[in-house]
Design a binder for this molecule. Structure first.
Ligand code: URA
Length: 447
């Protein structure tokens, strides 16, 4: 078998066999297949696409390329949750606690933030003392003991994906649905999930700018799940504006705690309940979404979900008192108001610009492994549809470093708000749900 023949077959639109795909991925990870051939292959896939069967084989080959976590020692259906990334997306902190409170074992591997989107691991590390590096044995033991663990993704999980993603990033081949779908699912499968709930974001602040593209990606991932025996469901949610009001690590933990107390922003709470409901159904804790939702609402109202979060923090060395007293979280020394230049109604909020502004304040990284400041970020005073008078605050920057970067952050944050005379047409938060049964667009009542 030769790589060049496989690339040619894909270039000419043929369906590759499992053996051909395994040959490419294994050879690439060993270093026998050079970057230029893998780049050509990625470009051929970008133009020609892949069948569901090919995408599933690519996913499995990448999942097999490194260590795989065996969660079989944990009783029950282990359900993982993944977000395709957004601004102000602190759902994992809430959803994992909610699902665990409902009896779904949650063994969650998460990443760090890069660019304008944040990462769960950075958010958790803003809690004093919180450890995100857990050895597999400790990780599994903790899920057995308290039903929940959240750890940083180990470096050896799906190394083929890591290597291929680095190539895609510099060869204009990121935007291929089968390549994105296999990339996401390979990591979930290597992390040992029995079932997977996906939060696919769509809109200005997301990877998938249109609902149709988000649905195509969700369908590809659900199809992979079906073919490899891991039930998968996806919720397509709006990222035309940040989720909730807080952007930045400690600020987002504070908002997640508020949500777990039943005092969080409505959009964040609703999305978290919906995602946790899918987890409860896939995890066998509820027969249907209609049964799952009230169950989860009770877990929120009774404080059991908050209690799970407290136990998670304590188990991983953090200060559990932050749950009762969020002022123990790091806090930035200065507040700078982003003021409205005119009166009117907020018509658009560019989530990507706000994400970049938060990054300039020090909340995120422009390059991998750069240090971050957990205390800084942005709190929105207005969301889409809200009225504002001239001079009132649209948002507040929580700042620490001063200088050029801070001035740039203020400029970006001000630019992110578009104010008009008329209220905009409001878009629902949850746009569709994609399962093995197909795509279900939400009608206005369900919104
Ligand atoms: N996120 C991933 O993990 N992989 C991609 O290819 C794109 C987004």
């Amino acid at each position: 078998m030769r790589a060049v023949d496989i690339i040619r077959r894909k270039r000419d639109g043929h369906e590759l066999t499992a053996r051909e795909i395994a040959f490419l991925i294994e050879g690439f990870v060993r270093g026998d297949i050079p970057d230029y051939q893998m780049s050509a292959f990625a470009m051929a896939v970008l133009f020609r696409g892949m069948t569901d069967a090919e995408t599933a084989e690519l996913t499995l080959a990448m999942a097999r390329s490194g260590s795989q976590l065996d969660l079989s020692g944990i009783p029950g259906v282990k359900v993982d949750k993944h977000s395709t990334g957004g601004v102000g997306d602190k759902t994992t902190l809430v959803v994992a606690s909610l699902a665990a409170a409902a009896g779904v074992p949650v063994a969650k591997m998460s990443g760090r933030g890069l660019g304008h989107t944040g990462g769960t691991i950075d958010k958790l590390e803003s809690i004093p003392g919180f450890r995100t590096e857990l050895k597999p044995e400790a990780f599994i033991r903790q899920v057995r003991e308290i039903g929940l663990a959240v750890a940083g993704q180990s470096g050896d999980l799906a190394p083929a994906d890591k290597k291929l993603y680095a190539l895609r990033d510099v060869t204009a081949t990121v935007e291929s649905i089968p390549l994105i779908a296999s990339s996401v699912m390979s990591k979930k499968i290597a992390a040992g999930a029995d079932a997977i709930v996906l939060d696919v974001k769509t809109g200005g602040g997301a990877f998938m700018k249109t609902l149709e593209d988000a649905e195509r990606l969700a369908l590809a991932m659900v199809a992979i799940g079906r073919l490899v025996g891991r039930r998968t469901a996806a919720v397509i949610s709006d990222m035309d504006q940040p989720l909730g009001r807080a952007i930045g690590n400690a600020l987002e933990v504070r908002e997640a705690i508020a949500a777990l107390r039943g005092e969080g922003p409505e959009d964040l709470t609703r999305l978290c309940l919906a995602l946790a409901a899918h987890m409860a159904v896939l995890g066998g804790r509820a027969a249907s979404l209609d049964e799952a939702l009230p169950l989860l609402e009770r877990k929120l109202a009774s404080g059991e979900a908050l209690e799970k979060f407290r136990r998670l923090i304590a188990a991983q060395g953090g200060d559990p008192a932050v749950v009762d007293d969020p002022d123990r979280l790091p806090s930035a020394p200065r507040r700078i108001a982003v003021k409205a230049e005119r009166a009117g109604c907020v018509r658009r909020i560019d989530a990507e610009k706000l994400g970049l502004a938060a990054m300039m304040l020090g909340a995120g990284r422009a390059v991998k492994d750069a240090p971050i400041d957990h205390s800084v970020g942005i709190v929105l005073g207005r969301k889409i549809g809200d009225r504002v008078e001239a001079g009132e605050a649209l948002a507040e920057l929580h700042a620490a470093r001063g200088g050029e970067a801070e001035a740039e952050a203020l400029r970006l944050a001000a630019e992110a708000f578009e104010i008009g005379d008329e209220p905009p047409a409001m878009r629902p938060l949850i746009l569709s749900v994609v399962t093995e049964e197909g795509v279900r667009r939400m009608d206005s009542e369900e919104r």
